[in-house]
Design a protein. Structure first.
Length: 571
């Protein structure tokens, strides 16, 4: 083989020099690449740190945004069957950075007024020229509005995700569930009562389970709203309670707000009549007076007789009856005909000391015991609790309590005589049955069943009867104060009942505030005509849901009362 020529092969020193240059160039390129990568990584790190800083500490004229904004900030609220009543979802907010606007501000203000007409163009223009850093234009914006705002193509328009509290049942049970502020703080109902638990990151994944049932709630609200509309009442309230556990299965106050837009509701709609409103509940109170007398040994038989004249003078005025006896009357007849005169005499025998002691044990002299914060203050005769007050309180006047007080009282009277505070939480191993205190004897509790069943089968509460479900209870019509004087032109009508009365399981209380008479009620606006039918319709709807089997052959032991009722008396 011939050796390469000198023209084709570089001298050895020259080859070494070229190899060295090539290595130097590669080394320089490697250094520059590494430097570029470090600079790039540094820029990314700076941007990331800035984003995290703004997320954690950034403040735009009072608004705080965080990386955690996409995490639900409140736990769910569910009903006793697990159906959602309140939950947190991701929503959009539309904001404005005036300093970042690059387009014509007058044109933009007009476009914003077209998209969000709750403000006029002049207001938007003033925002754009204000010099402030940030404005919220819309919280919880609808997807269509967000898309339209984005289509403006203006860098000064800020679209951001934020948590939104959603109430999928809308206004159903809103007096129980409550609502939150725009910033997510509970201000009413369960949202307020359990605000700490719902907001705590440690318990956020565990929903708050209420005792109410969506199905029972819907039936109660539907029937009560129908009655409120039919009789042109200014308000209404209703409660369904488990006698044995004091769980609230349904509670409503009408009118009520849609918690998805509480700001659009009136102050009256935000007022909870069932727990915050106090009313003289009239004759629904009379069973307590009779039970007090039975426990005190004053009444040993439903046949005990009292003199019931046309009028009973006391303390400068005269007590009268709607259906006067004008003669002797038994305890059974007093309750059947709802006699004020007869009940006042029974109360007088009980006396102030025993009457107040019973009322105190029933919780009637203090705000209602429960979890919700909306609690009305009971009104009582106070220091003027003399003989006249004893008699008027005995038939439900001169004392004002909430409808929930009344429901709890009926549960106490018919569960064997044990008071347990009302609860809005489902009773289970996580929330056990609350301890109770004895108010009435078991024997008195048992004997009162037939007396209240008599009111529905033969007395003033006939229209509350639900065939097969053995409803017992008491009507109550109380005059309202107008200018400091009681007037018969405006009343509060109430029915407090229990079913099935042979084995009491559920309390139902319904109330109408200032119902009006109609042709169908023959000009009457009393409880027997307007709220008693609500009880009949509601019980007929909910009893099957509660597992109560209709049986027309079952009744409480009516031998306690029937022998002492004169059936020639007009109802």
């Amino acid at each position: 083989m011939n050796a390469p020529t000198a023209a084709l092969v570089a001298p050895r020193p020259e080859r070494l020099r070229l190899v060295g240059q090539r290595r130097q160039i590669l080394s320089l390129m490697h250094q520059r690449l590494m430097l570029g990568m470090l600079i790039y990584a540094g820029v990314i790190a700076v941007i990331a740190l800035r984003i995290l800083y703004l997320a954690a500490f950034g403040d735009h004229a009072g608004r705080t945004q965080g990386v955690s904004a996409l995490v639900p900030e409140r736990g769910d609220i569910i009903d006793r069957d697990g159906q959602p009543l309140a939950r947190t979802i991701d929503a959009w907010s539309i904001g404005l950075h005036p300093g970042k606007v690059i387009g014509d501000k007058l044109t933009l203000s007009r476009k914003l007024a077209e998209l969000m007409p709750e403000r006029d163009a002049a207001t938007y223009y003033a925002m754009l020229r204000s010099g402030k850093r940030f404005f919220y234009l819309k919280r919880r914006a609808a997807p269509g509005l967000v898309e339209a705002a984005n289509a403006l193509g203006e860098p000064g328009i800020a679209l951001e995700r934020e948590p939104e509290r959603l109430y999928p049942q809308t206004s159903l049970a809103s007096s129980v569930v409550g609502y939150v502020t725009i910033d997510g703080h509970g201000v009413a109902g369960a949202e307020r009562a359990f605000d700490a638990q719902l907001s705590d990151p440690a318990t956020r994944g565990e929903p708050v389970q209420l005792s109410i049932s969506n199905r029972i709630q819907q039936a109660l609200e539907h029937e009560l709203l129908d009655a409120m509309t039919k009789f042109s009442a200014i308000g209404a309230a209703g409660i369904i309670m488990d006698v044995r556990t004091s769980e609230i299965l349904a509670m409503t106050s009408l009118p009520q707000v849609n918690p998805n837009a509480p700001g659009k509701g009136s102050a009256e709609a935000r007022f909870n009549r069932a727990t915050n409103g106090v009313y003289e509940l009239g004759s629904t109170y009379k069973p307590f007076t009779v039970a007090m007398a039975m426990d005190s040994g004053i009444i040993e038989s439903m046949g005990k007789m009292y003199n019931c004249p046309k009028g009973l003078p006391i303390g400068g005025f005269v007590i009268t009856d709607t259906h006067p006896f004008n003669g002797p009357c038994s305890v059974a007849e007093i309750m059947k005909e709802s006699s004020n005169i007869g009940t006042a005499q029974i109360a007088a025998e009980v006396g102030a000391a025993r009457q107040k002691a019973f009322l105190s044990k029933m919780g009637f002299l203090s705000p209602i015991e429960m979890e919700l914060k909306e609690r009305g203050r009971t009104l009582t005769p106070g220091n003027d609790w003399g003989p006249t007050a004893v008699m008027t309180v005995g038939y439900g006047h001169g004392i004002a309590v909430t409808p929930l007080h009344l429901a709890t009282g009926y549960a106490t009277l018919f569960n064997g005589g044990i008071f347990r505070p009302a609860t809005f939480l489902k009773v289970d191993p996580k929330h056990p049955l609350k301890p109770g205190r004895r108010v009435f004897t078991a024997d008195t509790s048992y004997k009162m069943r037939s007396l209240l069943r008599l009111v529905v089968t033969e007395g003033t509460g006939k229209k509350a009867n639900a065939p097969g479900y053995r409803v017992g209870g008491k009507t109550g019509t109380a005059e309202k104060l107008a200018g400091g004087v009681y007037t018969s032109n405006a009343v509060v009508t109430t029915f407090a009942g229990v079913f099935p009365m042979d084995d009491p399981r559920y309390v139902i209380v319904v109330m109408l505030d200032d119902p009006k008479a109609t042709a169908e009620t023959y000009g009457f606006h009393t409880a027997g005509w307007n709220v008693a039918p609500v009880v009949s319709k509601t019980v007929s709807r909910i009893a099957p849901m509660l597992g109560v089997v209709p049986d027309k052959n079952r009744e409480p032991d009516m031998s306690e009362v029937l022998p002492f009722v004169h059936h020639n008396k007009k109802d």
